[in-house]
Ligand binder design. Structure first.
Ligand code: SF4
Length: 489
């Protein structure tokens, strides 16, 4: 299981900025209220340190109302958490008004690990200038602190955000859709904001709620109340009594903001933003291997027939973003090439080839192609068992040379592992083959052919390391490949 992520919101409701549209800029907090926030945060930090391992929590993002980074207790608590072996990353949303040197000194003195720090910096054009804000982002970045910067997509602020993008010098600048716009963005505005933030199209896409995608996340409030995400209703359980993550509940129709949709378990979130996508810091693999059935496309239906479904809109948007960034997209499938291309005809133009037939056929379009071949001679053994075992033999060849065999049974007779082993023990003696089961298909390929090996070869052809590649899939056939291509994991 991948590690889980928590969002925490304290009882803080005040800010040192005074943006006209924001309620927290007008809410001064008394010493007593601030003290309460401090005590709640410190108690949460202690309990997270104790329970991160048991609850399998790897990351925390603090999402305060108002500004928390002007209060030293947040600096210290984040430092303490980052020192914990269980915690991979600790982040906070901030207006970046704090002193970078004071913060980093204090963070390190409190035992903080800079490599685990993540900042989500929001630009407030009423309160700071493009140059001041960008300089602070660069200062942090140059000190090795990972961060994203961003702002709301107010159409009037377009020139400012374009200037900010320039000055950020490669640091990712996100743009949130403007909730109070009361109209749709014009095509020109979409394009302009998309030019600033290539992920902006994801902001504009409706994401229908699906609580099943939210198993590994929790939103914790200062008093211990829990929600599945920042916009879902409270759950019955409280943080202090939690023994495991509760079954996610959600009464929302849509996951309407980044903190909601960006933290779902959809694989594209991880491809674009790494294992803890809520930090919103994009990663840039040089290549991405993507399984087809059950990953790019919905899995086959119960009768074993491929569903006649399209790629989901969020997947399509993610693929277009990656292709726009010149990331090499590659299929990694057990399907033969032709079938894969037919199933993926709407997206194949974005792909540069891939691993087909479970690794027996590798393609880098227009450049290279190779096959792991099988000997023909043992087909006679398979034919002899046809009646006894109730299968048909399908063969896949290139220029007459065999590279894959499928032993196909009726859909209601899926292969059992013992049956497959029995067949293989009777025919494969001395032959270098391996098999895998896909419901009613027993697939046989060369022992040298697998997705991991295919990924290795394709990376070599591309002149990149497998460490610079990412891979996604949902079956045992994908595991080794995903282990090998674990970019930024
Ligand atoms: S609204 Fe929140 S809890 Fe509900 S499905 Fe979306 S992200 Fe998950």
């Amino acid at each position: 299981m991948d590690k889980r992520m928590i969002l925490y919101r304290g009882s803080l409701k005040s800010c040192n900025y005074h943006c006209t549209y924001c309620p927290f800029s007008k809410h001064p907090m008394s010493e007593r209220e601030l003290d309460r926030d401090r005590l709640q945060w410190c108690s949460f930090v202690k309990s997270l340190q104790k329970r991160a391992k048991a609850l399998h929590i790897g990351a925390l993002l603090v999402v305060p109302y108002g500004e928390a980074m002007i209060h030293h207790w947040y600096w210290e608590g984040m430092a303490q958490l980052s020192a914990s072996a269980e915690i991979d990353a600790v982040g906070i949303q901030t207006n970046l008004s704090f002193s970078v040197s004071e913060f980093l000194d204090s963070y390190e003195k409190a035992g903080g690990v800079p490599e685990k720090l993540r900042l989500w910096a929001t630009f407030h054009p009423e309160m700071t200038t493009v140059s001041e804000f960008a300089a602070k982002c660069r200062e942090l970045w140059n000190q090795g602190i990972l961060l994203c910067a961003g702002s709301v997509g107010v159409p009037e602020n377009l020139p400012l955000l374009q200037a900010l993008k320039q000055e950020l010098n490669g640091i990712y600048l996100w743009v949130n859709k403007m909730d109070g716009l009361r109209r749709s963005y014009t095509q020109k505005e979409r394009e302009a904001f998309g030019g600033i933030d290539p992920y902006f199209m994801r902001e504009l896409m409706p994401v229908p709620a699906n609580a099943a995608m939210c198993r590994d996340r929790l939103f914790v409030e200062a008093d211990g109340r829990l929600h599945t995400c920042n916009i879902s209703s409270p759950l019955k359980k409280k943080w202090d009594t939690l023994e495991d993550f509760p079954i996610p509940e959600c009464s929302r129709k849509q996951c309407s903001c980044y903190l909601a949709y960006g933290g779902r378990g959809d694989f594209m979130n991880q491809v674009l933003f790494g294992p803890y996508p809520l930090f919103r810091i994009p990663r840039s693999p040089k290549a991405v291997f993507l399984d087809i059935e059950g990953t790019l496309l919905p899995a086959e239906d119960s009768g074993g027939e491929p569903r006649n479904a399209d790629v989901a809109p969020d997947v399509m948007a993610g693929l277009e973003i990656l292709a726009g960034q010149k990331v090499c997209l590659l299929f990694a499938t057990t399907l033969p090439y032709r079938e894969a291309m037919e199933r993926c005809r709407k997206i194949r133009h974005l792909f540069a080839g891939g691993i087909f037939a479970g690794g027996a056929h590798l393609v880098l379009e227009q450049k290279r192609e190779s096959f792991y071949e099988l000997e023909d001679t043992w087909l006679a053994d398979l034919a002899a068992l046809k009646k006894e075992c109730g299968y048909r033999i399908l063969t896949y060849r290139n220029c007459g040379k065999l590279y894959k065999v499928t032993l196909l049974r009726p859909a209601h007779r899926p292969w059992l592992r013992q049956e497959a082993e029995m067949v293989m023990s009777r025919v494969s003696h001395g032959k270098k083959v391996r098999y895998y089961i896909e419901k009613n298909c027993l697939q046989i390929v060369s022992a040298d052919a697998c997705k991991a090996r295919g990924a290795e070869v394709l990376c070599r052809w591309l002149g990149i390391s497998t460490k610079d590649a990412a891979a996604v899939g949902d079956s045992r056939e994908d595991e080794e490949m995903m282990e090998l291509c674990n970019f930024s994991k």
